[in-house]
Design a protein around this ligand. Structure first.
Ligand SMILES: *Cc1c(COP(=O)(O)O)cnc(C)c1O
Length: 526
């Protein structure tokens, strides 16, 4: 739709840059959104080549196209092949249905278009964000009311930071750990890692995490100049939790080798199988050795709001910092993580300043963040915490874990499947066993290879059919070898045991076909 500008030339600018809502556009988008959520399929089938083929045209149109043409493209080329992550049969990833109040809030957020970097572009939302962080902080650390009053009215005590996700929250935690652990030798952000290490007389700086650590930890070591190779990984026990004896040994070895320990990272809810490290025991060791202790609770940190399962987080209140992903189990829209700091004054070590924008001593939130300009995602966090409340979150989180545990019992009972990890929370691993493998006492390497091929194929066929979805990973099997595992993540409060059983039934039916079609494709091992 185009108006005419003063030169009599057709222009869409006047049409779009206006305060009034484009009702037709809003209505159409709303209808597309509803239709997307209500479809029974997870996604329609189209291979990667087909998808690439649809988006080949690279010239920016000289004149804007019509709204109708734009929506037609979305409707035909994008929506049918997008993933309905809200489907109750989508039980393989950490992304699920969001509460319906988030959708209109997204509109409010983009309408206000605040920039959280500084007070001059955020004002009220700055303090709205501080409040939301304080609420989460209290749920984890439960400090005195007077302390929260002091921190909320101070411009030097951020209780944490809202980030674009768990990766960035983990990176900020390690940035802070790097600065704090080296502070007595100088300012690492000014002098750089290598300069400071020389001065301190260390060979290298290391970070310690279990072998199930999320790859964002390793990535952070690369970005922070510590070196990815300097990540020390500690083996896990039979319950996929960090082995504490091995941790102690590693810490002693670091002392002997004069390796500088930047941080020990405990995981609250591993990405692979939802296991929880013994945080209280890690905290005790961190304290004994005088090291920074970070908890990566990107997945499981939200269980501070659970009643039944909060005990899995025992010791989290001793962590110097905690990551919780907003867009995972806080049910906030994609693009939102949270970092919490035990001692709000500690962040001075990573404060930034710039004269024109984030002034020293100001309330500008940008003083303490890696990111610069940043959206007011705080609306989502506030809405989640206030509209759902602790009870609402507890009901969702506890319900998902209960459903997961019931599904695992079913898997364990079925001859067609082998349960690989029993769920501590709402993730577990299992695999399909072809008929000929079910009665064997001992599986050889060749047997496991054959089972692997079946499971890769099974997962791939199930995904491409688009009725239901579980994901796939690798799992260290008894005896040391690595096997292909199917991975269930139950994060949708609408997913019931009946949905889970339907997913398993589909797998049983598909597995029969798959065994007849055993032509493993190298590309499926991606
Ligand atoms: C998802 C996840 C992350 C990374 O979070 P993003 O939001 O994907 O950046 C880090 N750690 C764990 C344990 C996770 O599950």
């Amino acid at each position: 739709m185009k108006n005419t500008n003063s030169d009599g030339v057709s222009s869409c600018v006047q049409h779009y840059f206006t305060f009034s809502d484009n009702a037709q556009w809003s209505e159409k988008i709303e209808r597309l959104s509803q239709a997307f959520l209500c479809q029974s399929h997870i996604s329609q089938q189209m291979d990667v080549k087909g998808l690439q083929h649809q988006f080949q045209f690279v010239d920016i149109p000289m004149n804007g196209c019509s709204e109708q043409a734009f929506l037609a493209e979305i409707t035909q080329a994008v929506l049918p092949y997008s993933i309905n992550t809200g489907s109750p049969y989508f039980i393989g990833h950490m992304t699920a249905l969001l509460p319906n109040f988030m959708r209109p809030l997204a509109k409010l957020k983009s309408t206000l278009n605040q920039n959280m970097v500084k007070l001059e572009t955020a004002n009220a939302t700055t303090f709205y964000e501080k409040q939301a962080l304080a609420m989460l902080h209290k749920a984890i650390y439960d400090r005195q009311a007077a302390e929260y009053q002091q921190w909320l009215s101070s411009n030097h005590h951020p209780l944490g930071a809202i980030t674009s996700g768990g990766t960035l929250a983990n990176m900020m935690a390690l940035q802070l750990a790097r600065a704090r652990s080296l502070a007595k030798y100088g300012d690492v952000e000014a002098l750089g890692v290598s300069g400071l290490m020389q001065r301190a007389g260390y060979q290298r700086a290391v970070v310690i995490v279990s072998e199930l650590g999320h790859y964002s930890i390793k990535k952070s070591l690369g970005i922070l100049g510590l070196g990815k190779d300097n990540l020390i990984t500690i083996p896990v026990d039979d319950h996929q939790r960090m082995d504490i004896v091995a941790l102690r040994k590693a810490l002693l070895q670091c002392q002997k080798d004069r390796d500088h320990v930047v941080a020990i990272v405990g995981i609250a809810g591993t990405t692979e199988c939802g296991s929880f490290d013994p945080l209280d025991q890690i905290a005790a060791l961190a304290q004994q050795f005088g090291h920074y202790f970070h908890v990566d609770g990107a997945w499981g940190g939200a269980l501070v709001l659970s009643k039944k399962y909060r005990h899995l987080l025992k010791g989290i209140e001793q962590a110097d910092s905690v990551t919780i992903d907003g867009h995972k189990q806080l049910y906030l829209p994609m693009g939102m993580g949270v970092l919490m700091l035990k001692e709000p004054q500690s962040s001075a070590a990573i404060a930034n300043e710039a004269n024109y924008i984030i002034r020293r001593n100001s309330f500008d939130l940008g003083r303490f963040s890696v990111e610069g300009s940043r959206p007011a995602n705080v609306f989502y966090l506030q809405a989640g915490l206030k509209l759902l409340g602790r009870e609402g979150y507890a009901e969702v989180l506890d319900g998902n874990i209960d459903t997961t545990k019931q599904m695992a019992v079913d898997v364990d009972d079925l001859a067609e499947f082998e349960l690989l990890t029993s769920p501590q929370s709402n993730i577990f691993l299992y695999r399909y066993l072809p008929q000929s493998m079910r009665t064997k006492k001992q599986l050889s390497k060749a047997d496991n290879d054959f089972i692997d091929v079946c499971n890769v194929r099974l997962q791939s066929v199930q995904k491409s059919q688009g009725n239901s979805f579980v994901s796939r990973t690798l799992f260290k099997y008894k005896g040391g070898g690595t096997v292909v595992a199917l991975r269930v993540v139950i994060a949708n409060p609408l997913t019931t045991l009946a949905h889970c059983q339907a997913v398993l039934n589909e797998q049983k039916a598909l597995a029969h076909e798959v065994q007849c079609l055993l032509q493993p494709l190298a590309a499926e091992y991606d």
